[in-house]
Design a binder for this molecule. Structure first.
Ligand code: AMP
Ligand code: MG
Length: 521
């Protein structure tokens, strides 16, 4: 088969500059001394491209004609390798739920190539393309439902302005795979799919951790130098100083990511160190979710329902825990431990500063005027939102609509999940009065615009994805395509998508996939 115009400029640094295994052997094993293992995707029976994002194709220099060609499903299912591709799975370890889990690695992700286009470099990676040496006892595959969720949410996050890996395509494999979705002894066959995801780097904290855990310190040094050189080319200076600056930057981008997740009510669900990107990108969309009713203790992940380690309000603290682990790893090859401590302090300071700026934007306060009374108003609002069972996203859109000369709780009628108690309505009215008085004093003509640019009207609520999944499972992709369009303008009211702007409907409260999710994927 020829390449039908698929052509890339390769920049295969990961495999050219780091040690790895060049024999394609998919048997599970430990891979000491290797950062990668050459591994070709395992063919699927009848790949069919269900959806793709033109903007992401454009990033890679792939034309719409190429994406629409019959070859595209072959390429993005892994059935056909474009000339020059050298697929590999990366080796990494990780702390899962607070405990060192040893070697993990790309168990079902295969990087097809590192490419350059318009002076940007991208890794092109398939998720669900079959077994790798890191698959352990699993099959290396992904089901349609989790693939749709990753495909949609990657781009939803991007359009919200939040750092993330991107999604190019969603290919149905034509094969079914067996999953026990509720881990309750009822395995079922489900349709399989493969997402092609794209990022400047898929390096995670865990890539470093595994090398330190194995005491492969020379290789750890090499890996750090490689990462800085490839993924942080703007950093200059001498070794230790440069590494200190590098760690500081990781702390800063991670703090920024946490603030952004808190801004839109995103809960990652599995913030293990193998799921934290060195570039501060949202990575590995699994049992993630979005706050419906405001509950700081909410987690979408059924596996975490008891401990709630990765619940909404814990995320910044967990990111710090993960950074401290990374610092420990780096300490094995860096003598300047103060620099590592300074990085963590920088995380704390950045988080605090950015969080307060973000909250003031959400509430429409002028950043430079923020004082204790604003902070009290912010805290009180969250308390009321929680007690009165209000929708986190809608609360802020309605707040921007309130007539501050005559504030009334009626504006919030569609924000409550249950008929509010009299006392909660009164509490909210009292709060609104105080809030309005405050913002009237600020005379800020830009307040409403700023709020609506900070507070999305569209978020990819779990029940919306689930509706698209249910339809797609029956072969109808229309809902999926509608969501792909709606997620592109999450801050702008669009009449066509009004139905997507409501709070979670009651039928979805306990339906599988609509509130809590298992890790089964
Ligand atoms: P996650 O919690 O999804 O980030 O995955 C943790 C580890 O399990 C990673 O090393 C994954 O590659 C691996 N993994 C998850 N699902 C599968 C699967 N179906 N086949 C092979 N490996 C998997
Ligand atoms: Mg992962």
């Amino acid at each position: 088969m020829n390449n039908n115009g698929f052509q890339f400029q390769y920049d295969s640094r990961f495999v050219n500059e780091l040690p790895g295994e060049s024999i394609d052997d998919k048997r599970s094993r430990q891979t000491p001394g290797s950062c990668w293992s050459h591994c070709s995707p395992t063919s699927v029976s009848s790949p069919n491209t269900i959806a793709w994002f033109p903007e992401v194709a454009d990033l890679l220099g792939i034309t719409p004609q190429q994406m629409e060609s019959p070859l595209s499903a072959q390429v993005f299912s892994g059935n056909h390798l474009v000339e020059g591709m050298y697929p590999y799975a990366a080796c990494y370890g990780g702390h899962q739920f607070g405990h060192w889990a040893g070697q993990l690695g790309d168990g079902r992700a295969i990087t097809l190539a590192e490419v350059l286009h318009n002076e940007h470099r991208w890794d092109i990676q398939l998720k669900g393309a079959g077994r790798t040496p890191y698959s352990r006892s699993a099959d290396g595959r992904a089901v349609l439902r989790s693939s749709i969720r990753e495909f949609l949410c990657s781009e939803a996050m991007f359009h919200l302005g939040i750092p993330t890996t991107r999604a190019l395509s969603l290919v149905a494999t034509g094969d079914s795979i067996v999953r026990d979705m509720f881990y309750d002894g009822h395995p079922e066959a489900e349709p399989g799919a493969i997402v092609c995801r794209v990022a400047p780097s898929f390096i995670r904290f865990g890539n470093f951790e595994i090398l330190a855990a194995r005491q492969e310190l020379e290789l750890l040094n090499q890996f750090i130098d490689f990462t800085i050189d490839r993924d942080f080319p703007h950093l200059v200076g001498k070794d230790e100083r440069k590494r200190a600056d590098w760690f500081k930057e990781i702390c800063e981008t991670t703090a920024h990511l946490m603030v952004e997740w808190q801004r839109v009510g995103f809960v990652h669900g599995v913030m293990n160190t193998d799921n934290l990107s060195i570039l501060g990108l949202t990575i590995d969309y699994g049992p993630y979710g979005w706050l419906d009713n405001f509950d700081p203790n909410w987690t979408p992940n059924t596996t975490d329902a008891e401990g709630r380690r990765y619940a909404f309000a814990n995320q910044p603290r967990i990111a710090r825990w993960n950074l401290a682990n990374l610092a420990n790893t780096l300490a094995s090859v860096m003598s300047d431990h103060d620099a590592l401590r300074a990085g963590i302090e920088h995380y704390d300071a950045t988080l605090q500063q950015e969080m307060s700026k973000m909250q003031s934007r959400k509430f429409g306060f002028k950043e430079e005027l923020i004082d204790d009374s604003c902070i009290e108003l912010i805290n009180d609002a969250y308390k009321t939102m929680y007690h009165a069972n209000m929708d986190f996203t809608l609360f802020f859109r309605r707040l921007a609509e309130v007539d501050i000369a005559h504030p009334s709780v009626e504006c919030f009628n569609d924000v409550f999940y249950h008929e509010p108690k009299k006392q909660h309505k009164a509490e909210l009215q009292q709060w609104l009065d105080a809030y309005s008085q405050r913002v009237i004093k600020e005379h800020d003509q830009q307040r409403v615009d700023r709020m609506n640019q900070t507070n999305p009207i569209f978020i990819l609520r779990n029940y919306l994805s689930q509706q698209a999944i249910d339809r797609a499972t029956e072969g109808d992709h229309s809902e999926l395509h509608q969501l792909m369009d709606a997620l592109k303008a999450p801050y702008t009211f669009n009449e066509q998508y009004q139905n997507y702007y409501h709070k979670r409907p009651q039928w979805a409260e306990h339906k599988a996939g609509c509130s809590m999710l298992s890790c089964s994927s």
